[in-house]
Design a protein around this ligand. Structure first.
Ligand code: SF4
Length: 440
């Protein structure tokens, strides 16, 4: 294939961003080169997310817009991958509705991408490859990561939980863990390339290993990663509160590399709603877990995800959520208004909450959380933190940016050659979404 250029449009979570790194790696190993913008690319791939129905609509709009580019350049190849086409009906609808779309591949077909592209570019076929079953994990697929100090490593795929609002188990399949040695090898290689912080990725990292021979636990994996020389920091996401075991807390407490931050999605504060969501824990269990972790890991920070307006949520249920937020005092929270997701059980529930109630509740929740976040950040003033410098700040080019071990963004003045280094910074001002500081 003559040298062609590619452009990837990524929607959705960090897992999808990492999948796009893999798509880029595969394309570059085939001789494609990155295009700075979609207008000049020979191949455009949209890596989609279907967690929210609104995200799906955005993708449909985007594919529609690309028609104009295809008209200007009939040789342009357009493909769609990720969670959206993993739903068979949607994939077929895409092909019918958008004749300018050249190929579609599902979440399980990523390793097949070279063969798909060969069929598209050389045999001029229109390809639909969406496997409904997961297949084996394929190792050794090239990944093209952003240069820097931080890298993301997938440790497992899929999810077995079937929370009633979530499409993930249907589009990403059941839990499949990568072998421990393959993960360790990848991280050793990343360290050799100069990366100093890794974030382990999975829909539910705490159930890592349950499907593997010998059932290595997530805690064991963390303990082994902790021993890798040259690695400075380890993070992981996402933790399901139900599966976060004491031994993981112990490893976190005794390790110097595993950072003192937990993203622990609670989703709701009322037991009735937690049950309807099929989350598998109660508010009492959750609050107790937070307390236990705080006792073992001093200074640990907590972030969370919360859904407002789940079907059947009364004022009293919502009050319970606010109450839980007040009790935990999260450092920050991703807050969402519940939206029906076709294909999930919650979409069929009859007692949907009216839109105006949902918008009032989300405002109230955001206000509460912002107050707590700001207060906690103000409490940091005068404290000295170890910061891993990521480079220039995205919002103020004259400053550097990096994160505390507790995952707070810190912005401060300093020379650019500090990028990739660990420095000490004194916090001078706590803002809502970041901290300002000075080098010490
Ligand atoms: S744990 Fe629940 S919310 Fe998270 S991916 Fe699995 S089903 Fe979805």
């Amino acid at each position: 294939m003559a040298e062609k250029s590619y452009y990837i449009i990524t929607h959705g979570c960090q897992m999808n961003v990492h999948d796009s790194e893999t798509i880029a790696g595969i394309l570059e190993s085939m001789g494609f080169v990155p295009s700075p913008e979609e207008r000049t690319a020979d191949l455009i791939i949209i890596n989609t997310c279907s967690v929210r129905e609104t995200a799906e609509n955005k993708v449909f709009t985007k594919i529609g817009e690309l028609k104009k580019l295809k008209r200007e350049n009939p040789d342009l190849i357009i493909g769609v991958g990720g969670c959206i086409p993993q739903q068979e009906k949607v994939a077929k609808r895409l092909l019918e509705r958008f004749p300018h779309l050249d190929f579609i591949f599902g979440t399980h077909n990523l390793p097949e991408l070279p063969k798909i592209l060969e069929r598209v570019f050389e045999k001029h076929e229109r390809v639909l490859e969406v496997w409904q079953s997961e297949g084996q994990i394929v190792e050794g697929i090239p990944v093209k990561r952003e240069p820097g100090v931080r890298a993301w490593v997938t440790i497992m795929y899929g999810c077995n939980n079937f929370c009633t609002y979530c499409i993930v188990p249907y589009v990403r399949g059941r839990e499949r863990s990568r072998k421990k040695e393959d993960i360790l090898q990848e991280i050793r290689q990343l360290v050799a390339e100069g990366y100093r912080e890794v974030t382990l990725l999975g829909q539910n990292v705490n159930s890592y290993g349950k499907d593997l021979k010998g059932k290595p636990m997530f805690a064991e994996l963390l303990a082994d990663i902790d021993k890798i020389d040259g690695l400075w920091r380890v993070r992981f996401t996402t933790s399901h509160p139900r599966d976060l075991t004491d031994d993981v807390i112990e490893v976190m407490a005794s390790s110097r590399k595993i950072c003192e931050h937990l993203h622990l999605p609670v989703q709701a504060g009322s037991n009735k709603i937690l049950k309807a969501m099929h989350r598998g824990y109660t508010r009492e269990y959750y609050l107790n877990l937070v307390e236990k972790i705080r006792a073992k890991i001093p200074g640990v920070s907590f972030t969370t995800d919360i859904i407002v307006g789940f079907p059947g949520e009364t004022e009293e249920d919502f009050e319970q959520t606010l109450d839980l937020v007040r009790k935990v005092r999260y450092d920050s929270a991703f807050t969402f208004v519940y939206n029906k997701r076709t294909g999930t059980p919650a979409a069929e529930m009859i007692d949907q909450v009216p839109e105006e109630v949902k918008s009032r509740r989300i405002q109230e929740l955001i206000e509460l959380q912002n107050g707590i976040s700001l207060e906690l950040n103000k409490n940091e003033e005068g404290n000295i933190h170890e910061i891993l410098v990521e480079g220039k700040s995205k919002t103020d080019e004259t400053k550097l940016a990096g994160r505390t071990r507790t995952n707070k963004l810190v912005v401060f003045k300093g020379s650019e050659d500090l990028a990739g280094k660990l420095v000490k910074v004194k916090i001078t001002e706590g803002k809502l979404f970041h901290l300002e500081g000075v080098l010490v």
